[in-house]
Design a protein around this ligand. Sequence first.
Ligand code: ZN
Ligand code: FE
Ligand code: FE
Ligand code: ZN
Length: 254
Amino acid sequence: MLDLHVHLLGHLDRKVTKAAVREFLNAAVEKGISYIGFADHDLYWEHFNFSLVRQVGEEYPELQVRIGLEVDYREDREEEIAAMLQACPFDYVIGSVHQIGDWLFDYPEEEKNHHKRDADKLYKEYFAIVEKAAKSGLFDIIGHFDLIKLFGVRPQTDVRLLAAPALEAIKEAGLVVEVNTNGRYKPVQEFYPEYKLLELIKELGIPVTLGSDAHHPGAVGRDISEACLTLQSLGVKEINFFSGRKSIQLPLAF
Ligand code: ZN
Ligand code: FE
Ligand code: FE
Ligand code: ZN
């Protein structure tokens, strides 16, 4: 099993120490995860310590440890992001949309603002930014593809229609979509992306990977086995791992 979306730093809840890395890796071993990737928020860039993570990773021959990054995508950040990615040899980069214009929409206190908006418009605006992220050429993986649903606001229009242009762009760009289990712990209480979008992703032949979006050791690998079963039920046969920004297909055997 595999988990490529782990936040070692959380939201600066801890420092990168050997003890902290071991706590996460021990949790992975306990959960039966053999492929793990840390992908902290790019916002905390100056707090990273890749050599320490790689060094502690060596203590775990049973684990494949990788270092990625979760980038906050905004159209006006493209140059800044490209420079950041140039500066560091990441194994993979997750592009995530957490912001519409200057509205950081995924904070808990924003829930009421979601309910005030026109849901179809909200989804269209969100997926248009995801589409730009996919076309930017900056990323390997698109994070929590339908994050905009997190407070349970649903569009009137079929979400598959609203998401189609973004999915087409993802397919064109050869990007991977993650099944992110963390949505289950948000008001919407389901994985990202939802099942009918996953069906469409499978139909389109878009490759997938898995992530818990853990911000603490206890959440590493959370619900990943269930996500594997969901993918298997859809007939997905392969899951993507990364090394030096190249994807590696692993059999989804479980
Ligand atoms: Zn976070
Ligand atoms: Fe995120
Ligand atoms: Fe995350
Ligand atoms: Zn995330």
